[in-house]
Design a protein around this ligand. Structure first.
Ligand code: SF4
Length: 229
């Protein structure tokens, strides 16, 4: 797909998002978005900023993020004119220690993700109707099986506008609007989460493999635990 051809495809892919947001708005739905502020997250944020920048974007500072991610989130919010609302874990780190006195990310990363990523979002789900997030089907098998709309806890709805976007479309969108990459990309990081659980791109074709390297874990729980069938 050339970038010129992709531009037309991109317009066609954005139109349903415009229509969906308008329908939610007309129905009085209270919407919010979440973002990890990685390079590939920016097209969705940019689209939302152009379609409806009143939608708040929740961003959880787990306490383990790279300082570059925090600074990047602030600068993107200013550049796009979006409103970020910071979330923090409800349980202080002093109460996040395993029986050896170590933080959970090494001994029980699922519980660590629950405390630092999943639990902080629960009150937001309770106070909103629609959660917009940027998962894409091609990222990992589990996401391929998801639908554009899914039920979330507390009666909320998940909306996945980027579900069928390919890496090529993400790249073409970024190129079209000259979106800046996350600053750690230049240092070899392509999938960037918490510092203890992120390694540089391994060059094996799947950038998600650089998360939780060596552990039997591929998801933080936001897209597994916060789904209701
Ligand atoms: S990604 Fe790692 S450090 Fe971050 S919440 Fe999950 S287990 Fe903890």
């Amino acid at each position: 797909m050339s970038v010129v051809a992709a531009a037309e495809d991109l317009d066609a892919a954005i139109e349903p998002i415009r229509e969906k947001l308008a329908a939610y708005r007309a129905a009085g739905k209270r919407m919010f978005a979440t973002s990890s502020f990685q390079s590939h997250s920016l097209p969705l944020l940019h689209i939302l900023s152009r379609l409806d920048n009143s939608i708040p974007v929740y961003f959880t500072n787990t306490g383990f993020l790279f300082p570059e991610t925090l600074a990047f989130a602030d600068s993107i919010a200013e550049e796009f004119g979006i409103r970020i609302i910071g979330l923090k874990p409800l349980v202080p780190k002093i109460h996040q220690l395993d029986h050896h006195g170590h933080l959970y990310f090494a001994s029980d990363p699922d519980y660590c993700c629950f405390l630092n990523k999943v639990q902080p979002l629960e009150p937001v789900l309770m106070s909103h109707d629609v959660w917009i997030n940027g998962i894409r089907g091609e990222q990992i098998d589990h996401r391929k099986a998801m639908r554009e709309e899914e039920r979330a806890p507390h009666g909320a709805l998940r909306y996945h506008p980027m579900l069928n976007w390919t890496a090529r479309m993400i790249h073409a969108y970024g190129k079209r609007y000259r979106l800046r990459p996350h600053p750690l990309e230049a240092a070899g990081y392509l999938s960037i989460g918490c510092e203890p659980c992120t390694t540089k791109f391994l060059g094996d074709g799947n950038e998600r493999n650089s998360r939780w390297f060596g552990m039997n874990k591929t998801e933080c729980g936001l897209h597994t635990e916060l789904v209701r069938k």
